[in-house]
Design a protein around this ligand. Structure first.
Ligand code: COA
Length: 326
Protein backbone atom coordinates (compact mmCIF):
# COMPACT_ATOMS: atom_id res chain seq x y z
CA UNK A 1 0.00 0.00 0.00
CA UNK A 2 1.22 3.54 -0.73
CA UNK A 3 0.24 7.01 0.43
CA UNK A 4 0.47 9.14 -2.65
CA UNK A 5 0.19 12.91 -2.76
CA UNK A 6 -3.07 13.83 -4.50
CA UNK A 7 -3.39 17.51 -3.51
CA UNK A 8 -1.08 20.42 -2.74
CA UNK A 9 -1.83 23.85 -1.30
CA UNK A 10 -0.18 26.97 0.03
CA UNK A 11 -1.09 30.26 1.63
CA UNK A 12 1.12 33.29 2.14
CA UNK A 13 -0.04 36.38 4.05
CA UNK A 14 -0.43 39.50 1.90
CA UNK A 15 1.93 41.73 3.89
CA UNK A 16 5.47 41.84 2.47
CA UNK A 17 8.46 42.79 4.64
CA UNK A 18 11.37 43.67 2.36
CA UNK A 19 15.06 43.93 3.16
CA UNK A 20 14.67 47.70 2.75
CA UNK A 21 12.02 47.64 5.50
CA UNK A 22 14.46 45.73 7.74
CA UNK A 23 17.18 48.33 7.07
CA UNK A 24 14.90 50.78 8.87
CA UNK A 25 14.44 48.41 11.84
CA UNK A 26 17.94 47.04 12.60
CA UNK A 27 21.56 47.68 11.60
CA UNK A 28 21.60 45.62 8.39
CA UNK A 29 21.59 46.08 4.62
CA UNK A 30 19.84 44.58 1.64
CA UNK A 31 23.23 43.59 0.26
CA UNK A 32 24.30 41.76 3.45
CA UNK A 33 21.03 39.83 3.62
CA UNK A 34 21.04 38.88 -0.07
CA UNK A 35 24.75 37.93 -0.07
CA UNK A 36 24.57 35.84 3.11
CA UNK A 37 21.09 34.29 2.73
CA UNK A 38 19.58 34.93 -0.72
CA UNK A 39 16.45 36.33 0.97
CA UNK A 40 14.91 39.51 -0.52
CA UNK A 41 11.54 39.59 1.23
CA UNK A 42 9.29 37.60 3.53
CA UNK A 43 5.57 37.62 4.42
CA UNK A 44 4.18 38.65 7.79
CA UNK A 45 0.77 37.59 9.12
CA UNK A 46 -1.76 40.30 10.01
CA UNK A 47 -2.99 40.62 13.58
CA UNK A 48 -6.17 38.76 12.66
CA UNK A 49 -4.25 35.81 11.21
CA UNK A 50 -2.78 32.83 13.03
CA UNK A 51 -0.98 29.58 12.33
CA UNK A 52 -4.31 27.77 12.11
CA UNK A 53 -5.91 30.36 9.82
CA UNK A 54 -2.93 30.21 7.45
CA UNK A 55 -2.95 26.41 7.69
CA UNK A 56 -6.67 26.22 6.93
CA UNK A 57 -6.20 28.29 3.75
CA UNK A 58 -3.40 26.01 2.56
CA UNK A 59 -5.50 22.98 3.51
CA UNK A 60 -8.46 24.29 1.53
CA UNK A 61 -6.32 24.60 -1.60
CA UNK A 62 -4.88 21.10 -1.07
CA UNK A 63 -8.43 19.65 -0.84
CA UNK A 64 -9.44 21.51 -4.00
CA UNK A 65 -6.47 20.28 -6.02
CA UNK A 66 -7.17 16.74 -4.78
CA UNK A 67 -10.82 17.09 -5.77
CA UNK A 68 -11.93 16.18 -2.24
CA UNK A 69 -14.44 17.47 0.27
CA UNK A 70 -13.35 18.24 3.86
CA UNK A 71 -15.53 15.36 5.06
CA UNK A 72 -13.39 12.90 3.09
CA UNK A 73 -10.42 13.56 5.41
CA UNK A 74 -9.70 11.05 8.20
CA UNK A 75 -6.82 12.85 9.90
CA UNK A 76 -5.39 16.39 9.99
CA UNK A 77 -1.75 16.72 11.05
CA UNK A 78 -0.21 20.15 11.52
CA UNK A 79 3.56 20.56 11.73
CA UNK A 80 4.37 23.79 13.53
CA UNK A 81 6.76 25.40 16.00
CA UNK A 82 4.51 28.45 16.38
CA UNK A 83 1.10 26.98 17.30
CA UNK A 84 -1.88 29.24 18.09
CA UNK A 85 -1.53 28.20 21.73
CA UNK A 86 0.07 25.58 23.94
CA UNK A 87 -3.14 23.67 23.33
CA UNK A 88 -5.49 22.77 21.73
CA UNK A 89 -3.50 21.59 18.74
CA UNK A 90 -3.54 23.98 15.78
CA UNK A 91 -4.58 20.92 13.74
CA UNK A 92 -7.87 20.84 15.70
CA UNK A 93 -8.53 24.48 14.81
CA UNK A 94 -7.71 23.76 11.16
CA UNK A 95 -10.03 20.76 11.23
CA UNK A 96 -12.85 22.97 12.52
CA UNK A 97 -12.16 25.81 10.04
CA UNK A 98 -12.26 23.35 7.14
CA UNK A 99 -15.32 21.49 8.45
CA UNK A 100 -13.44 18.19 8.36
CA UNK A 101 -15.88 16.79 10.90
CA UNK A 102 -14.85 13.14 10.69
CA UNK A 103 -11.13 13.80 11.08
CA UNK A 104 -8.81 13.24 14.01
CA UNK A 105 -6.27 16.00 14.56
CA UNK A 106 -2.92 16.57 16.21
CA UNK A 107 0.23 18.69 15.88
CA UNK A 108 3.81 17.64 15.34
CA UNK A 109 6.74 19.73 16.54
CA UNK A 110 10.13 18.76 15.20
CA UNK A 111 11.01 22.44 14.62
CA UNK A 112 11.96 23.09 10.98
CA UNK A 113 12.09 19.32 10.34
CA UNK A 114 8.43 19.10 11.33
CA UNK A 115 7.12 18.64 7.82
CA UNK A 116 9.29 15.60 7.11
CA UNK A 117 8.10 14.10 10.41
CA UNK A 118 4.46 14.92 9.61
CA UNK A 119 4.65 13.42 6.11
CA UNK A 120 6.21 10.28 7.57
CA UNK A 121 3.50 10.07 10.25
CA UNK A 122 0.62 10.56 7.80
CA UNK A 123 2.14 7.93 5.51
CA UNK A 124 2.39 5.41 8.36
CA UNK A 125 -1.32 5.77 9.17
CA UNK A 126 -2.20 5.08 5.53
CA UNK A 127 0.31 2.26 5.05
CA UNK A 128 -1.00 0.58 8.21
CA UNK A 129 -4.50 0.71 6.74
CA UNK A 130 -5.81 2.85 9.61
CA UNK A 131 -6.79 5.86 7.47
CA UNK A 132 -7.43 6.45 3.76
CA UNK A 133 -6.98 10.21 3.47
CA UNK A 134 -4.73 12.44 5.54
CA UNK A 135 -4.24 16.21 5.28
CA UNK A 136 -0.68 17.16 6.23
CA UNK A 137 -0.28 20.88 6.91
CA UNK A 138 2.85 22.88 7.76
CA UNK A 139 1.96 26.34 9.11
CA UNK A 140 3.91 29.03 10.90
CA UNK A 141 3.73 32.56 12.18
CA UNK A 142 7.40 32.68 13.13
CA UNK A 143 7.12 36.50 13.13
CA UNK A 144 5.46 36.21 16.56
CA UNK A 145 8.47 34.48 18.12
CA UNK A 146 11.17 36.68 16.60
CA UNK A 147 13.20 39.23 18.52
CA UNK A 148 12.81 42.11 16.05
CA UNK A 149 15.88 43.82 17.53
CA UNK A 150 18.18 40.81 16.82
CA UNK A 151 19.58 41.28 13.30
CA UNK A 152 21.10 37.78 13.39
CA UNK A 153 17.66 36.13 13.34
CA UNK A 154 14.99 38.67 12.34
CA UNK A 155 16.15 38.88 8.71
CA UNK A 156 15.80 35.13 8.20
CA UNK A 157 12.23 34.12 9.01
CA UNK A 158 8.75 34.59 7.53
CA UNK A 159 5.16 33.39 7.85
CA UNK A 160 3.23 31.01 5.62
CA UNK A 161 1.56 27.64 5.25
CA UNK A 162 1.61 24.68 2.88
CA UNK A 163 -0.28 21.40 2.77
CA UNK A 164 -0.63 18.11 0.96
CA UNK A 165 -3.36 15.47 0.85
CA UNK A 166 -2.14 11.87 1.15
CA UNK A 167 -4.41 9.13 -0.19
CA UNK A 168 -4.22 5.36 -0.16
CA UNK A 169 -2.99 4.16 -3.55
CA UNK A 170 -1.13 1.39 -5.35
CA UNK A 171 1.98 3.49 -5.89
CA UNK A 172 3.50 6.91 -5.20
CA UNK A 173 4.25 8.97 -2.12
CA UNK A 174 7.08 8.36 0.34
CA UNK A 175 9.46 5.59 -0.76
CA UNK A 176 11.95 6.03 2.07
CA UNK A 177 12.32 8.03 5.25
CA UNK A 178 15.32 9.01 7.36
CA UNK A 179 14.82 10.89 10.62
CA UNK A 180 17.58 11.92 13.05
CA UNK A 181 17.92 13.82 16.27
CA UNK A 182 20.75 15.10 18.45
CA UNK A 183 19.22 16.72 21.50
CA UNK A 184 22.69 17.64 22.74
CA UNK A 185 22.52 20.48 20.18
CA UNK A 186 19.32 21.93 21.67
CA UNK A 187 21.11 25.09 22.83
CA UNK A 188 22.14 26.01 19.26
CA UNK A 189 18.61 26.85 18.14
CA UNK A 190 15.60 27.20 20.42
CA UNK A 191 12.71 29.28 21.70
CA UNK A 192 11.61 28.85 25.29
CA UNK A 193 7.87 28.82 25.91
CA UNK A 194 5.39 29.62 28.68
CA UNK A 195 5.59 26.13 30.21
CA UNK A 196 9.22 26.77 31.14
CA UNK A 197 8.29 29.86 33.20
CA UNK A 198 7.98 29.80 36.97
CA UNK A 199 5.82 32.92 36.98
CA UNK A 200 3.75 34.93 34.51
CA UNK A 201 6.32 37.72 34.64
CA UNK A 202 8.89 35.34 33.18
CA UNK A 203 6.87 34.58 30.09
CA UNK A 204 8.10 37.64 28.21
CA UNK A 205 10.87 37.45 25.66
CA UNK A 206 10.34 33.92 24.41
CA UNK A 207 11.82 34.17 20.98
CA UNK A 208 14.14 32.34 18.62
CA UNK A 209 17.73 32.17 19.84
CA UNK A 210 20.36 30.81 17.47
CA UNK A 211 24.05 30.23 16.93
CA UNK A 212 23.98 30.96 13.19
CA UNK A 213 27.47 29.79 12.30
CA UNK A 214 27.15 26.43 14.07
CA UNK A 215 23.67 25.84 12.66
CA UNK A 216 24.98 26.61 9.16
CA UNK A 217 27.74 24.00 9.45
CA UNK A 218 25.36 21.42 10.88
CA UNK A 219 22.75 22.13 8.18
CA UNK A 220 25.04 21.52 5.22
CA UNK A 221 26.30 18.22 6.65
CA UNK A 222 22.91 16.99 7.91
CA UNK A 223 21.05 17.75 4.67
CA UNK A 224 23.67 16.07 2.52
CA UNK A 225 23.97 12.95 4.70
CA UNK A 226 20.25 12.40 5.19
CA UNK A 227 19.52 12.99 1.48
CA UNK A 228 22.13 10.40 0.51
CA UNK A 229 20.72 7.92 3.01
CA UNK A 230 17.10 8.42 1.86
CA UNK A 231 18.10 8.11 -1.81
CA UNK A 232 20.02 4.91 -1.20
CA UNK A 233 17.25 3.48 1.03
CA UNK A 234 14.85 4.00 -1.90
CA UNK A 235 17.23 2.03 -4.13
CA UNK A 236 18.08 5.10 -6.19
CA UNK A 237 21.10 7.15 -7.18
CA UNK A 238 21.42 10.92 -7.21
CA UNK A 239 21.03 10.88 -11.04
CA UNK A 240 17.54 9.37 -10.55
CA UNK A 241 16.38 12.41 -8.56
CA UNK A 242 14.34 14.93 -10.56
CA UNK A 243 14.23 17.57 -7.81
CA UNK A 244 15.32 18.09 -4.24
CA UNK A 245 12.70 20.11 -2.35
CA UNK A 246 14.65 21.26 0.71
CA UNK A 247 13.73 23.22 3.79
CA UNK A 248 14.19 26.83 2.70
CA UNK A 249 16.52 28.43 5.26
CA UNK A 250 19.35 30.00 3.30
CA UNK A 251 20.33 29.91 -0.40
CA UNK A 252 23.98 29.37 0.56
CA UNK A 253 23.02 26.22 2.49
CA UNK A 254 20.98 24.90 -0.44
CA UNK A 255 23.76 25.67 -2.93
CA UNK A 256 26.39 23.98 -0.77
CA UNK A 257 24.21 20.87 -0.39
CA UNK A 258 23.58 20.73 -4.16
CA UNK A 259 27.32 21.03 -4.81
CA UNK A 260 28.21 18.33 -2.26
CA UNK A 261 25.55 15.99 -3.65
CA UNK A 262 26.68 16.61 -7.23
CA UNK A 263 23.16 17.85 -8.04
CA UNK A 264 22.77 20.53 -10.73
CA UNK A 265 21.53 23.65 -8.93
CA UNK A 266 18.46 23.93 -11.19
CA UNK A 267 17.24 20.67 -9.65
CA UNK A 268 17.28 22.21 -6.15
CA UNK A 269 13.86 23.87 -5.73
CA UNK A 270 14.26 27.30 -4.11
CA UNK A 271 11.88 30.12 -3.25
CA UNK A 272 13.73 31.42 -0.18
CA UNK A 273 14.21 34.73 -2.00
CA UNK A 274 10.45 35.47 -1.71
CA UNK A 275 9.50 34.01 1.67
CA UNK A 276 12.60 33.54 3.84
CA UNK A 277 12.54 30.62 6.29
CA UNK A 278 8.94 29.60 6.97
CA UNK A 279 10.06 26.62 9.08
CA UNK A 280 7.63 23.67 8.82
CA UNK A 281 5.76 25.39 6.01
CA UNK A 282 8.71 25.81 3.66
CA UNK A 283 8.77 22.33 2.06
CA UNK A 284 5.04 22.11 1.22
CA UNK A 285 5.03 25.70 -0.10
CA UNK A 286 8.03 24.91 -2.35
CA UNK A 287 6.43 21.63 -3.46
CA UNK A 288 3.18 23.43 -4.30
CA UNK A 289 5.02 26.06 -6.34
CA UNK A 290 7.03 23.41 -8.21
CA UNK A 291 3.70 21.77 -9.13
CA UNK A 292 2.10 25.13 -10.05
CA UNK A 293 4.89 26.04 -12.47
CA UNK A 294 4.59 22.66 -14.21
CA UNK A 295 7.99 21.29 -13.21
CA UNK A 296 6.76 18.00 -11.69
CA UNK A 297 6.08 15.02 -13.95
CA UNK A 298 4.40 11.69 -13.19
CA UNK A 299 7.10 9.26 -12.05
CA UNK A 300 9.54 11.94 -10.83
CA UNK A 301 11.59 11.06 -7.76
CA UNK A 302 11.67 14.01 -5.36
CA UNK A 303 13.78 14.33 -2.24
CA UNK A 304 12.39 16.32 0.69
CA UNK A 305 15.03 17.21 3.25
CA UNK A 306 15.03 19.41 6.33
CA UNK A 307 17.03 20.42 9.40
CA UNK A 308 16.44 22.63 12.40
CA UNK A 309 16.03 22.98 16.13
CA UNK A 310 16.40 19.83 18.17
CA UNK A 311 18.75 19.47 16.62
CA UNK A 312 16.64 17.38 14.28
CA UNK A 313 17.00 16.56 10.61
CA UNK A 314 15.67 14.13 8.06
CA UNK A 315 14.89 13.32 4.45
CA UNK A 316 12.60 11.21 2.33
CA UNK A 317 12.15 10.23 -1.29
CA UNK A 318 8.72 10.85 -2.80
CA UNK A 319 7.49 9.28 -6.01
CA UNK A 320 5.39 11.97 -7.66
CA UNK A 321 2.29 10.65 -9.41
CA UNK A 322 0.36 13.81 -10.31
CA UNK A 323 -2.63 15.17 -8.44
CA UNK A 324 -6.32 14.34 -8.16
CA UNK A 325 -8.34 11.16 -8.03
CA UNK A 326 -7.48 8.27 -10.29
N1 COA B 1 23.12 42.37 8.92
C1 COA B 1 24.40 42.77 8.94
N2 COA B 1 25.37 42.14 9.64
C2 COA B 1 25.00 41.04 10.32
C3 COA B 1 23.69 40.56 10.35
C4 COA B 1 22.73 41.28 9.62
N3 COA B 1 21.43 40.90 9.54
N4 COA B 1 23.64 39.45 11.11
C5 COA B 1 24.88 39.22 11.56
N5 COA B 1 25.73 40.18 11.09
C6 COA B 1 27.15 40.34 11.32
C7 COA B 1 27.63 39.61 12.53
O1 COA B 1 27.40 40.41 13.68
C8 COA B 1 29.09 39.45 12.23
O2 COA B 1 29.76 40.63 12.51
P1 COA B 1 31.21 40.60 13.20
O3 COA B 1 32.08 39.88 12.21
O4 COA B 1 31.51 42.04 13.36
O5 COA B 1 31.03 39.85 14.46
C9 COA B 1 29.12 39.24 10.72
O6 COA B 1 27.85 39.73 10.23
C10 COA B 1 29.29 37.81 10.29
O7 COA B 1 28.45 37.02 11.08
P2 COA B 1 28.33 35.49 10.87
O8 COA B 1 27.33 34.95 11.86
O9 COA B 1 29.65 34.85 10.78
O10 COA B 1 27.71 35.47 9.39
P3 COA B 1 27.37 34.23 8.52
O11 COA B 1 28.05 34.32 7.22
O12 COA B 1 27.48 32.93 9.29
O13 COA B 1 25.81 34.46 8.24
C11 COA B 1 23.71 33.64 9.01
C12 COA B 1 24.92 34.52 9.33
C13 COA B 1 22.77 33.69 10.20
C14 COA B 1 23.02 34.17 7.78
C15 COA B 1 24.21 32.20 8.75
O14 COA B 1 25.09 31.80 9.76
C16 COA B 1 23.10 31.20 8.66
O15 COA B 1 22.26 31.26 7.77
N6 COA B 1 23.08 30.20 9.57
C17 COA B 1 22.05 29.21 9.58
C18 COA B 1 20.84 29.77 10.25
C19 COA B 1 19.60 29.01 9.97
O16 COA B 1 19.38 28.53 8.88
N7 COA B 1 18.73 28.92 10.98
C20 COA B 1 17.47 28.31 10.86
C21 COA B 1 17.60 26.84 10.89
S1 COA B 1 16.07 26.04 10.65
Amino acid sequence: MAARITGVGKYLPQRVLSNADLERMVDTSDQWIVDRTGIRERRIADDGESTSSLGAEAGRMALETAGLDANDIDLVICATLSPDGMFPASASLIQDALGAKRAAAFDINAACTGYVAALATGTQFINAGVYKRVLVVGAEVTSRIIDWTDRGTCVLFGDGAGAVVLEQAERGGLQSIVMKSDGAGAKLLYARGPASARSLAETEGYCIVMDGREVFRFAVRAMEESSREAISQAGLKIEDVAYVVPHQANQRIMSAVAKNLGLPIERMVSNVEKYGNTSSASIPIALCEAWEDGRLQDGDNLVVVAFGGGLAWGAGVIEWTGLGQR
